[in-house]
Design a protein. Structure first.
Length: 162
């Protein structure tokens, strides 16, 4: 089953949400972008983080793209829903097979704008509102099999911040 993540927002401004997305029209894609460069330069996660910062009281945690869904699942107050129940403002993740790691890994994030569309920023599309049902995207939406992997403590990375 394909899934989306719904952060527990306590404030969401729909007008500011779409204004923030419109500002992305002038955004240039830059891999490994940083927050202070947005909205002029963004990658997928920086674009979503900036849009949420502009329109909600929710701050998307800092993490590498392949770790962010696990961080949301383990440490944040998010609910998981089937893609069929997706609503505006839900977060959608995409996975692709990595030959380097010999496993499927999360490689992209977007934010739902309607029941069939999502906003994302990528090297190929720059910024875009895309159709979820397009095979290019639908076949790569994160599935619920990820949940058992993310909840397994053997898969958690240990970091030392000394």
């Amino acid at each position: 089953m394909k899934i989306v993540f719904r952060p527990n927002y306590t404030r969401f401004d729909n007008l500011r949400f779409f204004e923030a997305i419109e500002k992305m029209e002038h955004t240039l894609y830059k891999a490994q972008s940083i927050d202070w460069a947005a909205p002029a330069f963004t990658d997928c996660i920086t674009a979503v983080r900036w849009i949420l910062w502009q329109s909600t009281d929710y701050i998307l945690p800092h993490a590498y793209i392949w770790d962010i869904a696990g961080v949301l699942l383990l440490k944040e107050n998010c609910t998981i829903f089937p893609i069929s129940q997706a609503k505006e403002w839900d977060l959608i993740f995409f996975e692709q097979f990595s030959k380097t790691h010999n496993a499927y890994m999360i490689n992209h994030i977007g934010i739902i704008t309607s029941w069939i569309e999502f906003f994302h920023s990528s090297k190929k599309f720059n910024w875009s509102i895309s159709n979820i049902t397009n095979d290019i995207f639908y076949n790569h939406i994160l599935s619920d099999s990820f949940l058992s992997i993310a909840k397994d403590p053997r898969n958690r990375k240990i970091t030392n911040h000394s």
